[in-house]
Design a protein around this ligand. Structure first.
Ligand code: DAH
Length: 344
């Protein structure tokens, strides 16, 4: 009988542990501890035993009964405390935990705005490779090999040892103007296109220079495009971007792929042109070089320069972002800290 008592207790404990609902525990309580339950049944058989065994086995049954009772109580507690704690902790009035959400980068915001302005003016948006052939970056743009105008582009070069490429054949592009040739070669005029993208130059990194920066190149080719169309386009775009009150100044300059070429300056957005630390006391900032596309470039792209004319321009995007938000160090644009990004 000793074995039977121990087995009964162990089976009861196993069933109690496996119970998944309170009702099941109640059922087990009746099955084992009820008036006609298994424990009482064992107790009633005590008197059939040899008197020498009665005491020991009697107390074994009582211990088992106690163990089963305790186990049932403990499991019932578990069920009730779960449902109590559920209702205690689920307080609808407690404010939730705000998930940390990101923020568009200042440059993404300004770029989107620029592309919106050009879409409004009927420009198509194109994308091109950051690693470019010397041919598109320079040659087709009227920069012959060894021409001193290449010096201004501070080109970086790849180590081509052990590759099939000749040194200098492929380069990290120095400007998005490199897309002029790629697009003009394949597209029949008239067209208007803008090309945003990342460019690379061998620069000493400081507050206003980085080894990589963004430009938005743009160009339009049509039958009767004039220099004043270019100036009007620049004027419209810069006022849309920096506000109608911004002052704009043009100065002639040289780029091999345009003739004439202009540099466009806007009055400093921080001091309104008076001169401050942000504009290095000049009151002006150069944002948009431009010009009429050189006939050599049109001809190299198989566009008849007797029939078609065009203008081209580039917005220095990183510079424009700094001017728009009065950021006095371009390196801030490369810092991914969300506390910085959230300010713009
Ligand atoms: N690609 C020139 C540079 O990065 C900028 C530029 C000047 C682009 C005049 C143009 C332009 O389209 O007409 O230095």
């Amino acid at each position: 009988m000793r074995e039977e008592i121990i087995n009964t207790k162990n089976t009861a404990l196993a069933q109690i542990m496996d119970a998944v609902a309170e009702e099941e525990l109640e059922r087990l309580r009746i099955e084992y501890l009820g008036r006609n339950g298994k424990i009482n049944n064992l107790l009633s058989r005590i008197k059939e035993l040899d008197p020498s065994e009665r005491k020991n086995l009697g107390s074994l049954i009582n211990e088992s009964k106690k163990t089963i009772e305790d186990a049932i109580k403990q499991r019932i507690n578990e069920f009730t405390s779960k449902s109590i704690s559920g209702s205690e902790w689920f307080d609808l009035s407690i404010p939730g935990i705000l998930p940390r959400i990101g923020n568009l980068h200042a440059q993404t915001k300004v770029l989107t705005k620029i592309l919106d302005i050009f879409s409004f003016l009927g420009y198509r948006i194109a994308d091109g490779p950051e690693i470019e052939k010397d041919y598109y970056n320079f040659e087709i743009l009227n920069f012959p090999k060894d021409h001193p105008a290449r010096d201004a582009q501070q080109t970086m070069f790849f180590d081509t040892t052990g590759t099939k490429n000749k040194p200098g054949e492929l380069i990290p592009r120095t400007h998005t103007s490199a897309m002029q040739g790629r697009i003009m070669e394949k597209t029949k005029p008239p067209f208007r296109v803008v090309v945003p993208g990342r460019c690379f130059r061998y620069e000493q990194v400081d507050a206003s220079h980085g080894v990589d920066f963004w430009q938005v190149e743009g160009f339009a080719v049509d039958e009767d495009i004039r220099f004043t169309d270019l100036l009007g386009t620049i004027d419209f775009v810069l006022r849309e971007l920096f506000g109608q009150g911004v002052k704009i100044r043009f100065a002639t300059t040289f780029f091999p792929f345009v003739e004439p070429g202009v540099d466009t300056y806007i009055s400093c957005t921080a001091c309104n042109g008076k001169g401050c630390g942000f504009c290095k006391r000049s009151g002006w900032s150069e944002v948009m070089p431009a010009g009429m596309i050189h006939p050599n470039v049109l001809n190299a792209c198989k566009i008849d320069s007797e029939k078609w004319r065009g203008f081209a321009f580039a917005i220095g995007l990183s510079r424009a972002v700094c001017l728009k938000y009065q950021i006095d160090d371009i390196r801030i644009l490369y810092n991914p800290d969300i506390r910085i990004l959230k300010q713009y």
